[in-house]
Design a protein around this ligand. Structure first.
Ligand SMILES: Cc1cc2nc3c(=O)[nH]c(=O)nc-3n(C[C@H](O)[C@H](O)[C@H](O)COP(=O)(O)OP(=O)(O)OC[C@H]3O[C@@H](n4cnc5c(N)ncnc54)[C@H](O)[C@@H]3O)c2cc1C
Length: 412
């Protein structure tokens, strides 16, 4: 592994990789969940975390110019000093890097209203496979000159170039925030409530779902008492000047199927609830070897998806924890299994994952909503896209990386 400290060092390493045809794997914080930043035999892993400067914040333009290794939460903290936010906030916000977020087009808790990383990226500075440095996109909010090459880099998982910097959008920090929590007797009731919120006219910034098993795991890890209150929890947050009026609409929608609904305008209490949500994955990881899945379905099919994931768990006889960004139809079914005799993931867990991917596609969804294809989902990603789009991907890859040195074995 080589830890780069500046753009010149990145360019030097890429030039060497190009000269000697050595595979090169860009790495931010290594928090990715698709195996995309994992070393392979003979490859150079290029760690970008040393490029960690916030170069400029311009409150009038609503932009920040950052290096790729800046930690996501650090940018949001810096934006706060100007009464702004960096909206993309993956559960891993405290460890992930902006470069990694761009490379995976990361989503987050606030995605229901603010979208994903793609919506926040204006331009990217990229070291191409021959070591040259280009700026793609532009720092203005609008601009349509040429193809959207910056957009192509977003979500390309280190297969088209190494992101060394970016100009990203910052948005006004909401002056008011209101947060509701609703407990449900069943997960299906919670999914039904998500549909009710979708047609309520409200647009919550956060709409997160957690099932009973996930609540129990968080209770064990954090000493909270969430599971005793229901078999599913929805956390909704509205923001902006009308936050309290809007949360009232959300609460009414949730109340149709919830067993209990509370709301608060107290930010510290809301932060505690969202912190518990962010602990979902680490809490489940304590319980065994997890297969972390990442499907999305149209919100109208969420209840059906959840019902059938439950059926998969019963049929394959494996525990499946479910939580996710319900406002985006994005579920994280986590299959937790004891390792088999060789220390690997047992066959039943893999079969359950295949069932879930097939289910996502049948319902008109995707096998990866935000974690990416990486090394883990190549086969299913190809199945999702079909042949002509996969061929287009390969031709684009050839243009950017004719010798195939950038993260080979990852992506399509
Ligand atoms: C507890 C937890 C919660 C999470 N919650 C979410 C969530 O809510 N939403 C979500 O989307 N993800 C989530 N993730 C996954 C992960 O944090 C994101 O994918 C994140 O964007 C990865 O950033 P990273 O800096 O760790 O990248 P890495 O893991 O280092 O790399 C990820 C991929 O990006 C490529 N890459 C990294 N940096 C660069 C660069 N500078 N240039 C080119 N390619 C690069 C790598 O080659 C690899 O393919 C979570 C992970 C954890 C552990």
């Amino acid at each position: 592994m080589i830890v780069a400290r500046d753009v010149a060092e990145v360019r030097e390493v890429v030039r060497r990789a190009a000269r000697e045809r050595i595979p090169l794997i860009a790495r931010g914080a290594g928090s990715g969940l698709a195996g995309g930043a994992v070393a392979t035999d003979g490859a150079i892993v290029l760690d970008l975390s040393g490029l960690d400067r916030i170069l400029a914040i311009d409150p009038v333009d609503g932009t920040a110019h950052v290096e790729a290794g800046v930690i996501t939460a650090d940018l949001d903290r810096a934006a706060r000093e100007h009464d702004l936010i960096f909206a993309p906030d993956p559960g891993s916000v405290g460890i992930s890097t902006i470069g990694g977020n761009i490379a995976t087009n990361a989503g987050g808790l606030r995605g229901a209203k603010y979208g994903v990383t793609r919506d926040a990226v204006l331009s990217v500075d990229v070291v191409l496979a021959d070591g040259s440095l280009v700026r793609l996109g532009r720092p203005t909010i609008k601009g349509v000159t040429g193809y959207d090459l910056a957009g192509l880099i977003v979500g390309s998982e280190g297969t088209l170039g190494v992101v060394v910097g970016a100009v990203v959008r910052l948005l006004p920090r909401p002056r008011r925030v209101a947060t509701a929590s609703a407990f449900f007797a069943t997960l299906e009731d919670a999914a039904t409530a998500v549909a009710a919120v979708a047609v309520s006219g409200a647009r919550p910034a956060v709409l997160e779902i957690l099932d009973g098993a996930t609540l129990a795991a968080i209770d064990d890890a954090q000493g909270t008492g969430l599971r005793a209150r229901g078999d599913a929890l929805l956390v909704a947050q509205t923001d902006g000047f009308g936050a309290e009026e809007e949360i009232a609409v959300v609460v009414e929608a949730l109340s149709a199927t919830a067993s209990a609904v509370d709301w608060t305008a107290d930010e510290a209490e809301a932060d505690r609830l969202l912190a518990a949500r962010r602990q979902a994955l680490p809490a489940i990881e304590r319980l065994g070897r997890p297969l972390i899945e990442d499907i999305a379905v149209p919100r109208s099919r969420l209840a059906e998806a959840i019902r059938r994931i439950r059926a998969v768990a019963a049929e394959r006889d494996v525990p499946i924890f479910v939580f996710g960004h319900a406002g985006d139809g994005n579920l994280h079914p986590i299959i937790v299994a004891d390792a088999d005799e060789d220390g690997g993931i047992p066959e039943a867990a893999h079969r359950a994952a295949d069932d879930i991917f097939a289910l996502a596609l049948e319902l008109g969804g995707t096998v990866t909503a935000e974690h990416g294809v990486g090394r883990l989902k190549r086969e299913w990603a190809r199945r999702e896209l079909g042949e002509p789009p996969v061929l287009l991907h390969r031709r684009i890859k050839d243009v950017f990386d004719p010798d195939g040195i950038l993260n080979p074995g990852s992506g399509l």
